[in-house]
Design a protein around this ligand. Structure first.
Ligand code: GLP
Length: 237
């Protein structure tokens, strides 16, 4: 595991963008797994700047997002599809259709999960995966549970996650109760993983993730088993 320390959230965003920029420069047709949440916003801003200055290009890249809320259309302001359009897809030269995300508004969710896994497989799997860390140790929306799902699946969000994400909605009642998420299989099969963690409130869960027992109670702890994990954080542990 490589541990990179950022002074603050601002420099975390810059460092994450430089890390991704190196990957895309080395491999222009990179298959990149992408997160949402507040932590990666700075990374997207800096990547956008680098792309707009012509220093990097996503013209040949493919991207796959980790997750999406069930029941929200892609134009709902709190959907992750909307987030991605706002922060990345509409700002860089990634061709339309090269950025994929599970659709949470379809009637056949099981078919959508299969479609998503097939789409990832069709390009040979995720090469570089960027992750955030949920306050309860989730990655994507792989929540603490008694088991771990390998494939893309529908998940019931925990009360803690609903509470944590209420800040983005008018109230907790408006937060979707389910999501579609990439499974830990697609994440762990990535050749390289960058885990972004920002803010003192995540100190305990980051410590459990990196140094606690590998357990389904802290899904991110499985990252200890990955052979090429970089942790970029502004928390000194
Ligand atoms: C959501 C997403 C996760 C993300 C997490 C942390 O629940 N499903 O992929 O990592 O939030 O978000 P934040 O960066 O806002 O703390």
């Amino acid at each position: 595991m490589e541990y990179l320390y950022a002074q603050d959230n601002l420099s975390l965003g810059q460092m994450a963008a430089r890390w991704v920029a190196r990957e895309i420069l080395a491999c222009p047709n990179l298959v990149l797994g992408l997160p949402t949440g507040s932590t990666p916003i700075g990374m997207y801003q800096h990547l956008t700047r680098l792309a707009q200055e012509g220093l990097i290009s996503f013209a040949q890249a493919r991207t796959f997002n980790l997750d999406e809320y069930v029941g929200l259309t892609a134009d709902h302001p709190q959907s992750y599809a909307f987030f991605m359009r706002e922060h990345f897809w509409s700002k860089v030269d990634l061709p339309k259709g090269n950025g994929d995300i599970p659709r949470g508004d379809v009637s056949d969710l099981a078919a959508e999960c299969r479609r998503y896994d097939d789409a990832i497989q069709s390009v040979g799997g995720i090469e570089v995966q960027i992750l955030g860390l949920g306050p309860n140790g989730h990655i994507g929306f792989n929540e603490p549970s008694h088991n771990m799902e390998i494939h893309t699946h529908v998940v019931d969000l925990t009360a803690e996650t609903i509470q944590a994400n209420t800040r983005f909605f008018p109230g907790s009642e408006a937060v979707p109760r389910q999501a579609i998420t990439m499974g830990v299989g697609s994440i762990m099969r990535a050749q390289r993983i960058l885990l972004l963690v920002s803010g003192e409130s995540k100190r305990d869960i980051l410590t459990k993730t990196l140094y606690g027992p590998v357990s389904t109670a802290v899904p991110a702890s499985i990252l200890q088993l990955h052979t090429d994990l970089t942790v970029l954080t502004d928390i000194k542990i």
